[in-house]
Structure formats: C-alpha cells, structure tokens
Ligand binder design. Structure first.
Ligand code: NAP
Length: 302
C-alpha cells in the first residue's frame, strides 16, 4: 500500500500524462513532480538527461517510488535531433535507473506502442519490439534499461488522450484546434491503426500496479478496442455535433508525409491482456473515454 508518508518522484510531470498522474498521487502521498518545462507552480525543474542533476535531485527528495514519464515525444523532432532524443529517452532512463538500483526502489517506466513495427495487426505484451523511428528506438532502449531493474514496471501506452487544451500536444487537440479556426474539411489518414489511451485511466493503473507491488512485469496501458486516426476524427466531429458542417476526408499517409515524416507503424494496436487480468475496470472502451475526455476538454475551454 502507498501511505501518506510515502514519497513519489514523478519526472516529466508537466506533460499530458503527468497532469493526471499528479492528480492521483497528490491525494495519497507526498509528490515530487518535476519537468524540464516548469509550466505550473507545483513542478520542480529537472532535466533527466543530466546525470548530475538527477542524482542531486533524487538525493534531495529521497523518494521511495519513481514514476518516469519524462520523454521527448514529438516524433518529427526526434527524427531531426536523434542525439537529443537518445539523451532524454534513453540516457534519461539510465540516470534515473542508476539511483533506483542503488536504493532498491520501484521504478515505473512508460514505454510506447511505437516500439513495434506494425507488421502485425495487434500486439500483446509478449510480442517482440522492432521500432522504426528514432522516437521508438530511443524509447525501447529506455525500456530495456528499466526492465533490467529488480523492481521495475513497464507500461506501454497507446495513443495518448489527455492534458486538455493547455497540455494536449497530440491528435485530439490537433483536430479540435482545426475545428476552432473554422475549418470545413479535415484530411485524416485511414491507414494508421492504434488503441487510444486515456491519461486518467492510465494514472489509476499506475497507482494500482505500484500499490500491489506488481514488479518485474510489462503491461499494455490502453483502452479497449482499436481504431484508425480517421475513426477518432469522425468521433470528435460527431461529439461536437458538426457532422453536417465538417467533411472528414479519408486520405493515406502519403498525403501527409511532408508534415508527418517520421516513420510510423501501420498498426500500433495494443491488446491489454495483463492489465485486464488485474484491473478490468481500467480498460474502458476508447469511445467512452474519448467522450469523457472531450467533456472535460470543453469544460476547460468555457
Ligand atoms: N503522447 C503519446 O501519444 C504517448 C504514447 C505512448 C507513450 N508515451 C509516453 O508517455 C510518457 C508521458 O508522455 P506524455 O504523453 O505526457 O507526453 P508529453 O506531454 O510530451 O510529456 C513529456 C514531458 O517530459 C518533458 N521532457 C522532455 N525532455 C525532458 C527532459 N530532458 N527532462 C525532463 N523532462 C523532459 C516534456 O517537456 P517538453 O514539453 O518541454 O518536451 C513533457 O513535459 C512519455 O514517456 C512518452 O514517451 C506517450
């Protein structure tokens, strides 16, 4: 059990997932939230790529759990800046893992569906990764470092939904932003498949797994079901009752290859067999989670 006196360090906590993880853990224990980008008052500044800063920070806050979320998540940026991507997404994990190993601490690492090559239609926890992009390769190298620890947990997340208007950098907000500027036609790819992952459910899964000390395991942290990017865009347009006004055009990845040039697997569909065994209530259908997220998102805009 995690108690009021426990101390949890959360890196990269200023991002989409960090928002939800912070909310869950501040209710139950002391939280030491950090990020390279101090975008809210409750964050300390910590660059995980600096081994010196990581060692100094963790020695100061003396956590008994570490949740490592920090990563460069912009796939195109990673393609263009591979050294920085590896320094953050791989060496950053090593810096954190060194401290965790020395102090025999549990380290929970968030990996990604992007470590698979997309040749299969869907991926379970035992499938062999074969990342295509710099982002995927650097995250998988980080995963291997985390897995080497005696008390590690790896959760591979699907397409992230969360963070709201201020923090969501991904697909849902990209579509909403286009709707907000009054676009009449959206071009959305039909040839990329995945499983969305709702940050609030994932944060609860993180808590559940740490509370039950389910170390040494790999989980797939994603909603139930799968979809294409096109399906998600159509669901968003429908939610805002804009289906009569906005045309969602089906395109292939070729159409957007200039903008989204990082290699992306055809399928990032995750089956969450292990998570369903332990916490089926945290693997809700992606459409239910998307609606809940859009409701929260709209409240924040108004
Ligand atoms: N977003 C997705 O679709 C997705 C899918 C699967 C798995 N994941 C994984 O989930 C975890 C959480 O990501 P997220 O979705 O919350 O994305 P996010 O919003 O980009 O959050 C990551 C946070 O880490 C910060 N960061 C970047 N470099 C850092 C450094 N050197 N030191 C400390 N912090 C640093 C980022 O700051 P900046 O904003 O300044 O870069 C950002 O605040 C990551 O490990 C990511 O790889 C994400």
């Amino acid at each position: 059990m995690i108690n009021k006196s426990d101390r949890v360090a959360i890196t990269g906590c200023g991002g989409m997932l960090g928002e939800a993880v912070h909310e869950v853990f501040t209710d139950i224990c002391h939280v030491y939230a950090s990020d390279i980008d101090v975008n809210v008052a409750w964050l300390d500044r910590l660059d995980v790529s600096s081994s010196k800063d990581v060692a100094k920070y963790l020695a100061k806050v003396k956590p008994n759990y570490i949740i490592h979320l920090a990563a460069l998540t912009d796939m195109e940026y990673c393609e263009l800046h591979p050294e920085e991507a590896y320094a953050t997404n791989t060496d950053g994990v090593r810096n954190i893992a060194d401290y965790a190993r020395e102090h025999n601490l549990p380290l929970l690492y968030i990996s990604t569906a992007g470590i698979f090559d997309g040749e299969k239609d869907e991926y379970n926890e035992k499938d062999i990764p074969n990342p295509l992009s710099v982002y995927g390769k650097s995250k998988y190298a980080g995963e291997l470092i985390a897995r080497d620890l005696p008390k590690s947990v790896v959760i591979r997340a699907g397409w992230m939904m969360g963070g709201g208007p201020k923090k969501d950098k991904k697909f849902v907000n990209k579509i909403i932003k286009q709707l907000q500027v009054g676009i009449r036609e959206l071009n959305v790819v039909t040839d990329k498949y995945g499983t969305p992952c709702y940050t609030h459910d994932l944060a609860k899964s993180i808590k559940y797994i740490l509370e039950h000390e389910l170390y040494g395991r790999i989980y797939h942290g994603a909603c139930q079901g799968n979809c294409s990017r096109y399906d998600v865009a159509v669901a968003i347009v429908k939610y805002f009752k804009l289906s009569n006004k906005i045309k969602v055009r089906k395109v292939t990845s070729d159409f957007v290859k200039e903008t989204w040039f990082a290699p992306r697997p055809r399928s990032e569909v995750l089956t969450n067999i292990e998570l369903k065994k332990i916490a089926p209530h945290l693997t809700r259908d992606w459409k239910v989670c998307l609606k809940e997220y859009l409701r929260e998102f709209t409240k924040e805009i108004n």
